[in-house]
Write a protein that binds this ligand. Structure first.
Ligand SMILES: C[S@@+](CC[C@H](N)C(=O)[O-])C[C@H]1O[C@@H](n2cnc3c(N)ncnc32)[C@H](O)[C@@H]1O
Length: 328
């Protein structure tokens, strides 16, 4: 792999948010939904969207330069990446692009220095309550967040299903399962199983109904978690500190049978990793939450802190692994 020149590495990073911001605003304005199968000029798109044609042209040209949309000098057309910004495609990434552009998100990133000075999440300088309480109080943003989680999960779910046999479980709980996208897919592979979706009310209220699933609105720090044979937790524990993870896992343990499996679907940081999305995601945790991305050693410590044992780590074709914990 050829290395970029040193000045390019710094310059590209210093301005990376220029293009990022274009993506957020184009996702927010729904431009990819307005653009159909026929190529259109920015003027045509601006007319149907009520936008300034010249500004839209420049923003779309920048995105095309980064591989989102194509541009022949006059008209813009969809390509595979820009189609993912449409609202109506499976695995749409429109919501996660909108979510990253929410004001609360940008305000929190401006405060990254707070995290370095205090060790607290940067967002604590912006809002007093945690991010999930904020989303409860701002339901439109909460909906964007929940849809964003479903969208970002799309590329992970197939590889998870291929890496693990769920068919032997009677009851499968998805704890912090959001809209139930993972649980619904797992239940397809486990036709005899029943599901339990446990999450905060703002996710449960928005979840898509599945007759095989019991929906439980609750707080995994305070409320009892229904007894299950397998507990899924996808990108949940990375939101929380070691102490908070221990509390959540102990709460699960309190309802679990001795043979239950706790399947933690998370990244596992490899020492010395480079160009690894997980290390960027870790910054999102530093800014927005009390958690972090963890190495195998760190996962082992969190799991044993809750009186469980890390049985094995099963890699998948995607970036998440299946960290299987058993009740020790
Ligand atoms: C990063 S999202 C992951 C969602 C889903 N597992 C996925 O990967 O798409 C974290 C989830 O934890 C839920 N959550 C946060 N705090 C919670 C709490 N105290 N009790 C229950 N669920 C909570 C959120 O509502 C959200 O659905």
């Amino acid at each position: 792999m050829s290395e970029a020149a040193p000045h390019q590495i710094i310059q590209n990073l210093a301005v990376a948010y220029w293009a990022s911001r274009c993506l957020h605003v184009v996702a927010e304005l729904g431009i990819a939904d307005v653009l159909g199968d026929e190529a259109q000029t920015a003027e045509e798109l601006a007319r149907s969207s009520g936008l300034n044609p010249q500004a839209l042209h420049r923003v779309l040209r920048s995105l095309a330069n980064h591989g989102v949309f194509t541009h022949d000098g006059e008209r813009f057309a969809h390509n595979a990446a820009s189609r993912l910004l449409r609202s109506d495609v499976p695995g749409s990434l429109r919501s996660i692009s909108r979510m990253m552009g929410l004001k609360v998100h940008w305000d929190a990133y401006r405060e990254l220095g707070v995290a370095l000075r205090t060790g607290k999440p940067a967002i604590s300088a912006v809002i007093e309550e945690g991010f999930f309480a904020y989303l409860r109080a701002h339901p439109e943003e909460g909906e964007v967040f929940n849809e964003a989680m479903a969208g970002k999960s799309h590329a992970q779910i197939g590889p998870i299903l291929d890496a693990y046999d769920f068919s032997g479980f009677g009851t499968i709980g998805d704890i912090g399962g959001g809209l139930g996208h993972l649980l619904n897919a797992v239940l397809e592979r486990a036709p005899r199983a029943r599901g339990v979706l446990f999450d905060l009310p703002q996710a449960i209220e928005q979840a898509r109904h599945n007759p095989r699933v019991t929906y439980v609105a609750g707080d995994f720090f305070k409320d009892p978690i229904p007894s299950c044979d397998a507990y899924l937790m996808m990108t949940v524990l990375h939101d929380w500190s070691d102490e908070e993870c221990t509390e959540i896992l102990k709460n699960i343990k309190a309802s679990a049978s001795r043979t239950a499996k706790v399947l933690i679907l998370e990244g596992v940081v490899q020492p010395g990793a480079r160009d690894n999305f997980l290390l960027d995601l870790d910054i999102e945790m530093l800014v927005m939450a009390t958690g972090r991305e963890r190495t195998e050693k760190e996962w082992r410590a969190v799991i044993s802190g809750a009186g469980m044992r890390l049985a094995r780590i099963i890699p998948t074709r995607a970036s998440l692994a299946i960290v299987e914990a058993v009740i020790a």
